[in-house]
Ligand binder design. Sequence first.
Ligand code: UD1
Ligand code: MG
Length: 464
Amino acid sequence: MKNNLNIIVLAAGQGKRMKSVLPKVLHPIAGKPMLHHVLATAQTLDPASICIVYGHGGEQVRAQTSIASSKSQLSWAKQEPQLGTGHAVQQALPHLPNDGVALILYGDVPLISAATLSTLVAAAGENKLAWLTMTVANADGLGRILRDEHHRVTAIVEHKDASDEQRKIMEINTGFLACPVAWLSSWLPKLQNANAQGEYYLTDILAMAVADGVAVETHSPAAEWEVAGINSKDQLAQLERTYQLEIAKRLMADGTSLADPARIDVRGTLTCGNGTISDVFIDVNCLFEGAVHLAANVRIGANCVLKDCHIGENTEILPFSSIDGATIGKGARIGPYARIRPATTLADNTHIGNFVEVKASEIGVGSKANHLSYIGDTTIGANVNVGAGTITCNYDGVNKHRTIIEDNVQIGSDVQLVAPVTIGKGATIGAGTTVWKNAPPATLTLNKKEQISLAGWTRPVKNT
Ligand code: UD1
Ligand code: MG
């Protein structure tokens, strides 16, 4: 059966209180614009279409927004001027099939869950009005749900229009609703703006539905943060922490230990363990971006930043390390203060130590670079030891060149490897050597240098 669900996302509000040139709905939660969270959730419902109502900063919002699903059609409706939520939904109507069901979402309410929306859509069915309401501790500024003596909803009154008695009601309008498009088409043109804000309130359609004898169903979300709207940087930061804490709880439920669930940030997806067992330990102040997988029993030290990487079982990442775009094998030891850059593969049991930078390189099983090195555009075999201070000179000012270091090579400290260059299997490179020609296998390669000692030389004396 064709899905007849059509989603409207209201995103026209200015967001003046953000005090930013960035349109409100593009401000990020967990590194992703709020509107993109809403669209990702919307797409899990497989709607026939999604219409975004935009206004302020609309061109920027359009330029930075697309949807992944080819099943849903994306359209844009401009609302100018902005005359209220009812007026906003009206702008979307020409983009919707009259025989469909509409679901209304908000670009600045980013964490609504797919489960809550599915319940709402199911409650609306083909012929009901389903409205998401919630009983809250602080209803200040929000629309209140009015019910009759049989507990049936009768209307919504906005805070600014409500009497003192009505303001005591703690059941509020979250804004989310679902109903047949045809009813929106019949109710919205009848809205009046004779209210405290001079706006066309979407909320007024509830009383119209009741007057038309339409069945109204109310539902509540599982958590209040699902319906939290963002108007300020303060609210944005608070919701960010709520979201991160939810991620932390999920990780812990899957067997990952967090030194402090309040001090982890995931901006993307973090998966840990093998699905049954995790035993991953993450110390404080770690940031995970993009798609990160930590296999079972991985340990991440404090203050690490990991982006788009896969870390193998039993590997330990020591504090203050940065890993981006890398695959690391089992039983490896990285850091502290290591920097692993994109297109790097480190095999099992590798060691990368402090102040070592590795870029676009493959390092074989059991190989080590423990101190103060730059390894770029390099292929290193198995059981190689790279001495402290070794630098691959991969860039001639115009092009990048590769360095090849074969198995069982021993590179002394403070060596420069001028690429393109190959160090043959089992070779040894003496400390302080500048290698600009290939080094043959199983030999010692070094530069001849003279060491002299000057007797009678005296140190400079500080001028007085
Ligand atoms: C609205 C509801 C209120 C509810 C509250 C929940 C109405 C009349 N009131 O109040 O009952 O408790 O949300 O947060 O609906 N928008 C547009 N175009 C407009 C006006 C608003 O796109 O002309 C969008 C805003 O970008 C925002 C949403 O609609 O995403 C809600 O607008 P806002 O002004 O925040 O509504 P409230 O007055 O808070
Ligand atoms: Mg308003």
